[in-house]
Design a binder for this molecule. Structure first.
Ligand code: ACO
Length: 453
């Protein structure tokens, strides 16, 4: 057979395979039978073969809506940022495996990848880094907020307030039609200022003077120096500490349409500015069922330790339907096998504690609890595994953060993901987010005057 003939055959096979699979994808439909009328709904297939029934015209065609509290089965958008397969425990940012990014990449490289879709070239990354570094200083007037916060204010309340307040300092961000360059400036401004704001929250909570960003330090070094350093004195950090921080920030950088990302998208869909949208995301993250779980886990482990370390007692409480106690750091809406981030974090926790020579009895309790839960039928039946928050607090604690700061650190890591979700929603010109409801309240009541009630 000549080379040309082989080539033509290969081409024909490729062509027919392509046409056949495209046809299958395009011709797949779902039908709904409503009161004897059949509606054909098209099926959308994602690049990782995820399937969705397109109901966007359902109400127009039938008068019906779908009902799905907690959006357990509802796709709110098509997104090209993060893919996760909860059954197989796979997480990828823009097609790159989380394990590989956590091993080889830097946080700002991952941030660029998430927001702009591609790994940056050396030159582009250098510019991105330098633009961010140039924005790390925060307006001195922002310090006045701290005079108004009560001394016991939770860091997350302060963070959402301070990030929202940036829109007052940068009114140009209020323009919903910023061009690409203006939007880039807003993005690097926020990424640059976030570590400074987080460090000020920590310093102010201790009553210490704030430390300013330094031109000769990188993003993570600068952050750690502003958190733990003193005025006019650079603190030298162990490489293991900086590396643990890098890994934690990368692992938290995005997680597709979770509670806070969906919040950022929905707030942004009203054309609210980036700072306001991220501030809303910070509030959504705060709850203990979401990012606030990392603080709740360490408090739970501390309670178990104080109570004699009996993990079985707490497992029984978690299984008891009359007890509101839940095993914090366990379970996930999407992961039903294992959370790949938790695997990496567990290893990092072991390494950091060993390198820093920290003996933390809470780590032993965490390991005991995990072992016991993983072999317990209740947790097996419900596919409940440790999530990202189960071990992250142990590392944060070993690095010297207090528990109330843990969720703030999560927010620092999640920032690029939120920005990417906000930007994608805007670039796709998505409509304002506005779910419907099934009304179950009273119908047509007569108003009764106050004296007659
Ligand atoms: N401890 C004990 N039981 C649990 C737990 C837990 N941590 N998580 C879920 N269950 C049980 C539920 O009681 C329910 O049991 P049932 O079927 O007998 O009624 C079943 O497992 C399913 O749980 P749901 O609450 O329906 O699952 P959902 O997807 O709505 O919630 C969530 C997921 C919120 C993460 C939940 O597992 C939880 O509360 N975990 C603890 C908090 C936590 O760690 N959150 C961090 C998540 S990761 C992140 O956001 C960064």
């Amino acid at each position: 057979m000549s080379f040309k003939l082989v080539l033509s055959l290969v081409f024909l096979i490729e062509f027919y395979t392509f046409v056949y699979t495209r046809k299958l994808i395009m011709s797949e439909t779902a039908s709904i039978n409503l009161n004897g009328k059949t509606l054909e709904l098209s099926v959308i297939t994602g690049t990782e073969n995820e399937k969705a029934i397109d109901i966007s015209k359902l109400r127009d065609q039938s008068g019906y809506i779908t009902l799905d509290p907690g959006f357990k089965n509802t796709g709110a958008t098509k997104s090209a940022i993060t893919f996760l397969d909860g059954e197989k425990g796979i997480l990828k940012y823009r097609g790159y495996k989380i394990e590989e990014l956590a091993e080889k990449s830097t946080f700002l490289e991952v941030a660029y990848l998430l927001i702009y879709g591609e790994l940056p070239s050396k030159q582009v990354l250098e510019k991105f880094r330098s633009d961010i570094k140039g924005q790390m200083m925060v307006h001195e007037d922002m310090k006045n907020f701290f005079a108004g916060f009560p001394s016991k204010s939770h860091p997350m309340g302060q963070l959402s307030c301070l990030v929202g307040a940036l829109s007052a300092f940068y009114p140009e961000s209020l323009n919903p039609n910023q061009n690409e360059e203006e939007e880039y400036q807003t993005i690097v401004n926020l990424i640059g200022k976030m570590p400074t704001i987080v460090s000020w929250i920590q310093k102010k909570s201790l009553g210490h003077p704030v430390v300013y960003p330094k031109k000769d330090l990188g993003y993570i070094d600068n952050f750690m120096n502003m958190i733990f350093g003193e005025v006019n004195c650079d603190k030298i950090f162990d490489d293991a500490v900086l590396d643990a921080m890098r890994v934690l920030l990368i692992l938290h950088a995005d997680h597709e349409q979770n509670c806070s990302a969906s919040t950022v998208r929905i707030v942004g869909s009203s054309n609210a500015n980036l700072y306001a949208s991220i501030s809303a995301g910070i509030n959504a993250l705060w709850g203990p069922l979401h990012g606030g779980a990392n603080q709740a886990v360490i408090e739970m482990l501390e309670d178990i330790k104080k109570d004699g370390g009996d993990v079985e007692k707490y497992l029984a409480k978690a299984k008891d339907k009359n007890d509101p106690f839940r095993l914090m750091g366990f379970g996930h809406r999407v992961y039903k096998n294992f959370d790949p981030r938790a695997k990496i974090i567990k290893k990092a926790a072991d390494e950091v504690l060993e390198k820093l020579g920290v003996q933390d009895p809470v780590l032993d309790i965490a390991k005991g609890l995990e072992q016991a839960a993983l072999s317990d039928q209740y947790f097996i039946d419900r596919k409940l595994y440790p999530n990202v928050d189960f071990y992250s607090g142990i590392i944060y604690r070993a690095l010297g953060f207090n528990a109330e700061m843990f969720t703030v650190l999560f927010a620092l890591g999640r920032l690029p993901g939120w920005i990417a979700q906000w930007k994608e929603m805007r670039d796709n010109k998505e409509p304002i987010g506005r779910p419907r409801q099934v009304y179950t309240g009273e119908v047509d009541r007569e108003y009764v005057d106050l004296e007659n009630r």
